[in-house]
Design a binder for this molecule. Structure first.
Ligand code: CP
Length: 329
């Protein structure tokens, strides 16, 4: 088991070995147990994490804020529109300054083709860990909470679990591809049989598919891409029906267009869930576009574990901070 993570950036799980990810999961479970028992865990007393948000958030912001408080530290919530960033201050200068003031910089920047680059630029100059709270490509805090939830529900050995990441119709906003992309890369590393299903036009980048296949080969799992929604649900053990934007094929920021409208039928319904295994878990990063992505009867039904999944955002966020913060440089 690896233990020395002080100062390590948490930008994508691709840069964390399986052993290191397992350590985060072990620490998450330990922190969850302590939280349940009311046992204080002041692992980061007087430490500061800066939370820079270019976009809205409920789970990520509050799991990080509550999490650092429970670890004995403090978070500064930073709406970037009120920072000098809005007058052109660079990621380099922002990272140098904030890293002199505190112990970690967390950032959400989902702008297509610039979000991850922004975090990478900060990482180059920061003396403290950069924690990715979602960018245009990755959402590692979500993917690790999903993994923790599957292990809680289906056991630590997830090999050959049939998991389907399924595109779903939504009109709320043009969402990043970072959730399905992170899941597609991570789950095959645990030997799962992963299906990625979407209508044509909602592809993930080719390099992601190649890497997901390679990850599956190394663990005895499988990875496939299909365009048949029913096939994705058939006999699945876990489904993640969720919308993502058509960024790879269409960089327009328009939310609704005729291509999207033509795919209204990509929706998680009771009928679709009946195709899956009877014990199939319904999971979703949230927020869900109720009525479009999913029927209330499913998200509020017996197969849904979305609130346990959301709760695990707290425990995993605390583990990531507890392991990476604490040093300066
Ligand atoms: N799943 C997720 O990241 O939720 P928020 O956008 O509310 O942070």
């Amino acid at each position: 088991m690896q233990t020395l993570f002080r100062g390590k950036h948490f930008i994508t799980l691709r840069e964390w070995t399986r052993e290191e990810i397992d350590t985060i999961l072990d620490v998450s479970c330990e922190l969850k147990r302590s939280f349940a028992m009311g046992v204080p865990t002041p692992l980061l007393p007087y430490q500061t994490v800066f939370l820079m948000f270019f976009e809205q958030s409920t789970r990520t912001r509050n799991s990080m804020e509550a999490g650092i408080t429970q670890l004995g530290g403090h978070a500064h919530y930073l709406d970037t529109s009120t920072m000098q960033i809005s007058h052109g201050e660079t990621p380099k200068d922002t990272a140098i300054i904030l890293s002199r003031f505190g112990h970690a910089i967390a950032c959400r920047n989902c702008f297509w083709k610039t979000g991850n680059a922004y975090l990478r630029e900060m990482a180059q100059w920061s003396r403290v860990p950069i924690i990715n709270m979602q960018d245009d490509l990755y959402h590692p805090l979500q993917a690790i909470a999903d993994l923790m939830t599957m292990r809680e529900k289906r056991g630590k050995d997830l090999r050959r679990l049939k998991v389907s990441i399924i595109w779903a119709f939504a009109t709320s906003h043009k969402k990043p591809i970072s959730v399905p992309l992170s899941q597609a890369l991570l789950f095959p590393r645990y030997g799962m049989d992963v299906t990625l299903a979407h209508p044509k036009g909602w592809e993930l980048p080719d390099w992601v598919l190649e890497e997901a296949r390679k990850n599956a080969e190394q663990t005895g799992g499988t990875f496939r891409v299909i365009h048949d929604q029913d096939e994705a649900y058939r006999d699945a053990d876990v489904v993640f029906p969720k919308n993502w934007g058509s960024w790879v094929t269409n960089e327009s920021t328009d939310v609704v267009d005729s291509a999207l409208e033509a795919n209204r039928a990509w929706k998680c319904t009771r009928e679709k869930m009946h195709l899956a295994s009877p014990e199939c878990l319904y999971m979703h990063a949230l927020p869900a576009d109720r009525g479009n992505e999913v029927e209330d009867a499913v998200i509020d039904g017996p197969n849904s574990v979305v609130f346990d999944e959301a709760e695990n955002r707290l425990h995993t966020a605390k583990a990531v901070m507890a392991l990476t913060m604490g040093g300066r440089g």
